[in-house]
Design a protein around this ligand. Sequence first.
Ligand code: SF4
Ligand code: FES
Length: 244
Amino acid sequence: MIAGTNTIYIDGQEIPFTPGQTVMDAALAASVYIPHLCHYPGLPPSGNCRLCMVETGGRNVAACIAQAAAGQEIRNNTPELNAARMAITQMLFVEGNHICPSCEKTGNCKLQAMAYHLGMLDQHFSQFYQHRDIDASHPDIALDRSRCILCDLCVRASRDIDRKNVFAIAGRGIDAHLIVNSASGKLADTPIAATDLAATICPVGAILIKEQGYRVPIGQRIYDRRTICETGLQEHIAQQRRDQ
Ligand code: SF4
Ligand code: FES
């Protein structure tokens, strides 16, 4: 392949990009899905879920952070990368309490949808059975930290879109956990509202709006109707419309 101006190649497919665009943004703009959990159009990348790892030049890079470069050849949908994504997804399942049949987020959960997308049949690793605090103090919003995958989306949404800085991630490694920025450490003592992006962006069932449970019946939910690939591409298109 010829190193063309403002063109990358993902699994051999020619993809145009604009300077400054990440590999993820260029791929989504060309309707090429790269698996992701912590990427969200319009928010700065955090690069922490590692689902979007692609291979280029003999090394793995996070597509949501790596800048597209002219002529770059990228491998995305390969058995090796998908096996690594499967292992990461299995680890996310055992690190938290993701009991899908009893979770209100079932059918709307990106972690669950990713497991289906990757063909995950079991958790493979031993369950951690985490005991993490639940915060039900807010009248409209519930926070169950045992389901948090530390994707950082609520942190970025609250800081960069809602301008309220309600959440942060404290600690490192196995001790990392989501904290709430208020003197009491409780959601009720923050300015968060159910209409905030931070209250609705959680990809799993860690942040839920109260009194909405099962309003949309199981079987009619987001990932009952569309794959996570379709939804990822639609989120990108919706952001492009907002930017216009
Ligand atoms: Fe991500 Fe949800 Fe955890 Fe926030 S609460 S870091 S959005 S999983
Ligand atoms: Fe790139 Fe999570 S989407 S690291």
